[in-house]
Structures are given as C-alpha cells and as structure tokens.
Design a binder for this molecule. Sequence first.
Ligand SMILES: CC(C)(COP(=O)(O)OP(=O)(O)OC[C@H]1O[C@@H](n2cnc3c(N)ncnc32)[C@H](O)[C@@H]1OP(=O)(O)O)[C@@H](O)C(=O)NCCC(=O)NCCSC(=O)C[C@H](O)C(=O)O
Ligand SMILES: [Mg+2]
Length: 291
Amino acid sequence: MTIRPRRSVLYMPGSNPRAMEKAKTLPIDAVILDLEDSVAPDAKGEARKLVAETVKAGGFGRREVFVRVNGVDTPWFSDDLDAVVPAKPDVILVPKVSSPDTLEMIGQRLLDMHADSKIRIWIMIETPLSIFNIQALAACAGDTETRLGGFVMGTNDLAKETRVRLVPGRAPMIGWLATCVLAAHAYGLDIVDGVYNTLSDMEGFERECREGRDLGFDGKTLIHPNQIAPCNAVFSPSADEVALARKMIAAFEQPENRGKGVVQIDGRMVERLHAEMAQRTVAIADAIGAE
Ligand SMILES: CC(C)(COP(=O)(O)OP(=O)(O)OC[C@H]1O[C@@H](n2cnc3c(N)ncnc32)[C@H](O)[C@@H]1OP(=O)(O)O)[C@@H](O)C(=O)NCCC(=O)NCCSC(=O)C[C@H](O)C(=O)O
Ligand SMILES: [Mg+2]
C-alpha cells in the first residue's frame, strides 16, 4: 500500500482562477477544487469548465488533485462528472453521501464513463445518516467498483443538520468524529478532518489541528493559505518521533533481537507492533522530506 502524506488539504472555489493558480506553489499535500458550496448556482457552469481546464493543464506537482463535485441529488452532479472525469483528477470528492447504495451508483456511473481506473472516489461525511452508516460505507473500501479512497469530514454540514454547536473542543460531535476515524482505519482508508472557519483565530485553529491529529485523522481540510504552515507542523512527525521510530526499526533488525517480541529502548517497552507503527512514521517523514 502506498503511504502518502495528507496533512494539509486546501479547498478553493472552482470559480477562482487566481486561487487555483496560487495552489500550485503552496506547500500543501492536496488541493480540493470546489464546485459545490463555495460556488454560487449561477456560476456553476463557468466554474465546471474552468476546473476541468485547470486539472487538464496540470502543474500541481506532487500535490494530489481533488475535485469536489455537487451532490448526487442536485441538477449539477451529472454535468460535473461529464466535464471533470475526462480531465483525470486524482480524486472525485462527492458531498453528502449517506449510504453504500449511493457510493455504488457513483462507481457504476464512472464505470459507464470508462473513467480512468486510477481515479478514486472520496466522500464527505456530513449527514447524520452517513454517521450511522459509517461502517457500511467504509466496508466498500475493498470493492473495486466503488473506488473508495477515503473520507473528508464536513463539520459545517453536520452542525447544520444536527443543530450541534461548533464549540472549542467540539465536545458535541467528538464521538461522531472518533467513530468515523475508527471506521476509516478499520478498512485501511485515510480520513481528513473538517475545516476551521474562523480565519482570524490561529490559536483555536492550531488547537483543533492537534485535536484532530490526536483523534487519528491523517490531516485537516483548510480554507486559507495562512492555515497551511501550522497544520503541516502539527500533522508532521517531529524529529524526535522520527529518530525514535528509526531506533525501533533498527532494534528489531539486530541479530540478538530477531527472536524477541519485546525490547527496551530509551527506558521504554517497545514491541513489534511499535516497530510496525514506526515504519509508517518513517514512511510519512521520508515522503515529506522528499518534497
Ligand atoms: C475565505 C476566503 C473567501 C477569503 O478570501 P480573501 O478575502 O481573498 O482572503 P485574503 O485576502 O486573505 O487572501 C490572500 C491571498 O490568498 C489567496 N487565497 C485565499 N484563500 C485561498 C484558498 N483557499 N486557496 C488558494 N488561495 C487562496 C487569495 O487569492 C489572495 O491571493 P493574492 O490575491 O495573490 O494575494 C477564501 O480564503 C476562500 O475562498 N477560501 C476557500 C473557501 C472554500 O473553498 N469553501 C468551501 C469549502 S469549506 C466546506 O464546504 C466545508 C464542508 O463542506 C463542511 O460542511 O464543513
Ligand atoms: Mg459540506
């Protein structure tokens, strides 16, 4: 399995060519060119064309390119797919998917379009039903036809649908977030946390990045370039973590430890499961270092 960093995933309106051009130079792991909520109904057609041209033109380097289309129940979904799929983004991100049936329908639609097999489908988890159905959705990961690649939390829509408040610490929705992380990782999927709306509150933003990291998210979705550096810092393994990870891997490679299940390193118990976790830390650090 390819391990790739998805620390910082920046949204930008698909109607904003200046922002999309700027994204090609920003230190982000992925971009989301948005055709949904950040694009006004009257601007959808023009944005769709612009996004398709932008993806086709390329120039995003190692950044993963997501296009967020409009939801399956909207009048724009079908035209969005027709325009964007031939441009071959890495990911089509579909909002407000609540059930595996919908996911299967999307997979079938891509199959009918003879879409490039490398294109993955990611879905937004942002309806109450998607939280109830999260295990069934995640279980589609093994099904080649649905092409499921991962989840993005839509915390604004979740707040809208449930009337919970977006308060510091997110206590009202922390159980939902943790359940989604659990389901994603149970089926080998990546999952990216929701956005932080208050651009002027960097302290609150960094706190929420740490909260997401500690819950097990792979990264966070962002809405402004100012959020990139603190987000990357929080979601990157620290130099100490990487050094310890290398020590753990090396320890079990020593001939005297080959037959052991547990060793002591720097005053702590290290089992083989920790060495496996260390492999991931090093792979992520190497991928970040290779930028
Ligand atoms: C929020 C913004 C509208 C603010 O824009 P603006 O007032 O232009 O900000 P600045 O003047 O501070 O911008 C400085 C420069 O940075 C560029 N910029 C700003 N934002 C972005 C961006 N997201 N990507 C790339 N570049 C960006 C500006 O162009 C300026 O550049 P320059 O002119 O060269 O100096 C704006 O930040 C914005 O539109 N953000 C993204 C909004 C968005 O995409 N929203 C949808 C996703 S969130 C969502 O839907 C969540 C989910 O579904 C849920 O339910 O929770
Ligand atoms: Mg949303």
